[in-house]
Design a protein around this ligand. Structure first.
Ligand SMILES: C[S@@+](CC[C@H](N)C(=O)[O-])C[C@H]1O[C@@H](n2cnc3c(N)ncnc32)[C@H](O)[C@@H]1O
Length: 163
C-alpha cells in the first residue's frame, strides 16, 4: 500500500500575537515579520484588526488572523496540545538563547504600556525573555523570537511572490 511521504522540513507550527496592544503600527510590523518568518497564524486579543500600513505583506491575507475578545477566550481556543509561551522581561523566564522551542507553540507578547499582567504570566506554560535592562519594542521582540525559532528548529517559510 502506498504511504504518504512527509516532506516537511520540521513538524509543528506556531502562532504569535499581542495582548491588548496600544499601537497598531507595532502589530502590523510584528505580523509582517511573523508571516515572513514562518508563522502559521497571527492573532489579536481585545483589539480588533484594523488595516496596518506597516503590514506591507498583508499577512492577514496569507495566514489566518484570529481575534479573541479576551484572554479567557484566547486560552479556551488554544490549538490542541500546544504550549502557550509568554514573552516577557521577568526573572521567571528562560533566556531565549537557552530556550528549546516546542514543536507546537503560541507566543504571547504584552502591551506597550503594561506588558503581560502577572495573572496572565501565571497561565503560560513557559516564559522566555531577551537580555537587557530595559524593554525592547514589542514588534522587535516578537521578530527576534520568530527568527530564533526558525534558526533553531526550522520550518517552512513563504516563497517569493507578490507581497
Ligand atoms: C514595551 S514592552 C512593555 C513594557 C512595560 N512598560 C513594562 O514595563 O512591562 C512590550 C512587550 O514587549 C515584550 N518585550 C520587550 N522587551 C522584552 C524582553 N527583554 N524580553 C521579553 N519580552 C520583551 C514583552 O512581551 C512586553 O510585554
Amino acid at each position: 500500500m502506498a504511504r504518504l511521504k512527509n516532506n516537511y522540513e520540521s513538524e509543528g507550527f506556531y502562532g504569535i500575537g499581542v495582548l491588548y496592544s496600544q499601537d497598531a503600527y507595532n502589530v502590523g510590523t510584528l505580523w509582517r515579520s511573523a508571516y515572513i518568518l514562518g508563522a502559521s497564524f497571527i492573532f489579536t486579543i481585545d483589539h480588533k484588526y484594523k488595516k496596518q500600513s506597516s503590514d506591507v505583506t498583508k499577512s492577514w491575507s496569507k495566514i489566518p488572523l484570529f481575534h479573541y475578545s479576551s484572554f479567557e477566550d484566547f486560552k479556551n481556543h488554544l490549538p490542541f496540545s500546544t504550549k502557550l509561551i509568554g514573552v516577557e522581561l521577568t526573572d521567571q523566564a528562560t533566556e531565549l538563547k537557552d530556550f528549546a522551542h516546542p514543536q507546537r507553540a503560541v507566543y504571547l507578547l504584552g502591551a506597550e504600556n503594561t506588558g503581560i499582567p502577572p495573572e496572565i504570566i501565571n497561565e503560560c506554560h513557559d516564559l522566555i525573555s531577551l537580555p537587557g535592562a530595559f524593554s525592547l519594542n514589542v514588534a522587535v521582540t516578537g521578530s527576534i523570537v520568530a527568527h530564533d525559532r526558525h534558526a533553531k528548529i526550522g520550518g517552512r517559510l513563504p516563497t517569493t511572490g507578490n507581497h
